[in-house]
Ligand binder design. Structure first.
Ligand code: NDP
Length: 245
């Protein structure tokens, strides 16, 4: 299945590392003009070396005002948005602090809502439609030990996806999420480097392995593309069957 994004403008948040970086590079390879948004300048510098056509934007998405300033103009011309930036702070339920809760919801949910507002307003005004993909997790639908706040943010993100699909659909703006199992990025290594712990998870995945970055990127590209033109409001597991069992 050939997917091309020639003539499309894409914005990827959290594009400095992991899934976001690979998504930005894949979109550029498929012909999109890509805006890469993240908060560590060194990551943008190395991304530009790898792909000089990418337009870098360095901003902390947890800062509403700074995000507004950074994306207000350029964000209005975007056709394809990937809300990927997130943090994962793991702790037992009884030890969750207000700071961990606020920081996590601020980045994982509020920033996705805010960037989507900026982009969707532009899509609506231009009348061109568009596609938004939120990067959620299997953790939105299944309890994972020490993941209280992370699970709660991803559950919220799934419902954000559905309400956005409902309200933005009439403007031909589709909104979907991908919900991966563990991927061994920096974030994945935080929780799952211990082989014993990892095997408790892989043993519950019918395909018997974690996801590769490429597995997730391929599903993101599908949902962004016209190949999924009637798909709206779904939460697509990329989990080897974990959530089905
Ligand atoms: P990484 O931690 O590898 O990368 C996250 C990227 O987001 C980094 O570039 C990071 O920048 C950026 N980012 C985080 N906070 C902010 C912020 N406030 N402002 C701007 N940029 C920010 O994560 P992954 O690639 O593993 O995860 C990508 C997505 O996939 C996330 O939504 C995650 O929840 C989801 N996911 C990941 C899974 C996994 O096992 N890895 C499983 C299921 C879902 P910096 O490093 O500078 O903070």
């Amino acid at each position: 299945m050939e997917i091309t994004f020639a003539g499309k403008r894409a914005l990827v948040t959290g594009a400095g590392k992991g899934i976001g970086r690979a998504t930005a590079l894949a979109l550029a390879r498929c012909g999109a003009e890509v805006m890469a948004v993240t908060r560590t300048q060194a990551d943008l510098d190395s991304l530009l070396l790898e792909c000089p056509s990418v337009r870098p934007v360095c901003v902390d998405l947890g800062d509403w005002g700074a995000t507004e300033e950074a994306l207000r103009e350029a964000g209005r011309h975007v056709d394809l948005l990937v809300n990927n930036a997130a943090c994962a702070m793991l702790q037992p339920f009884l030890e969750v602090t207000p700071d961990q809760f606020d920081t996590s919801f601020n980045i994982n949910v509020k920033a996705a809502l805010h960037v989507s507002q900026i982009v969707a307003r532009g899509m609506k005004d231009r009348g061109t439609g568009g596609s938004i993909v939120n990067i959620s997790s299997q953790a939105s639908q299944c309890a994972l030990r020490d993941h209280t706040v992370y699970c709660a943010t991803k559950g919220a993100l799934d419902m954000l996806t559905k309400v956005m699909a409902l309200e933005l659909g009439p403007y031909q703006i589709r909104v979907n999420s991908v919900n991966p199992t563990v991927v061994m990025t920096e974030m994945g290594k935080l929780g799952w480097s211990d082989p014993n712990k990892a095997s408790t998870m892989t043993s519950r995945i019918p395909l018997g392995r974690f996801a590769e970055v490429e597995d997730v990127v391929n599903s993101i590209l599908f949902l962004l593309s016209d190949k999924s033109s009637m798909t709206n409001g779904v939460t697509l597991p990329v989990d080897g069957g974990f959530l089905a069992c």
